[in-house]
Design a protein around this ligand. Sequence first.
Ligand code: R5P
Length: 294
Amino acid sequence: MNILFQPFGPSTLSSALANKASMQLGDITQREFPDLESYLKINTDVKGADTFILSSLDNPNPKIAPLLFLADALKSEGANSVSLIAPYLAYMRHDIQFLPGEALSSHSFAKILSPFFNNIITVDPHLHRIKSLSDIYQTNTTVVHAASAIADWIQKNVPHPFIIGPDSESAQWASDIANLANVPYTVLEKIRKSDRKVEIKIDASIDFQGKTPILIDDIISTAGTMITAVSQLIKDGMPTPICIGIHAVFANDAYERLLASGVSKVVTCNTIGHPSNAIDLADALVNSLKLKRT
Ligand code: R5P
């Protein structure tokens, strides 16, 4: 039996996982004590079951304690396995110690999560200086790729697309999607000045005439990268671009600022629930789950 738990509420992926992957929905009671500690109780019999917890890990800090309590309780209640489906996996960007004394949060986070889960399934984690999740996670990991769903969306919705990765880190997504959609692409040069400030350079020899520029990045957080790239494109006389992000993190008012930056459209995948979600990854996620049928 496969049972799905959603400790932080349902998402657009829940029903697809329940229906297409034949998962029963599990029930829990959860609340906070007056001192803000977490209370959690499993109301579904999980003995011998393969259990799955669906939780995107944007805004991770308040989620971690309840998530780990649930995983631990599932094991204690006799679940055969506990898997985490985290469509967005947090803390992947701090992947090197930039200054002596800094906590290497990508590694620490992996050490915290790994012992609680038999499997961790995620969508396009930010693998840059870390080459594979197995380099830092000490449990089975599965990476689902959004490239083919994004390429499909572009082919159906954008005339004469020209894909642009705003920085070298986005090259892996820009090139994969461009190859799948069979369209041209380029990668810009980004210099990060601070958490919120970046500079971007565009190769002046590229001819965008008659094309629809599509900026593609894995994460849109402060949207500083996207907004700077959009401004630079517009300043250089390019057509108004579309922005596509895999993970709609959108810190604070980032989405509103990006919409106001002159972009023609902002589109994201549904790894994090957000009004910009237009690309559904349910099938990609379901296909990645190797489930025993009951
Ligand atoms: C890092 O290089 C990532 O690929 C994104 O470019 C970055 O996370 C975007 O962050 P922000 O939206 O804050 O510029």
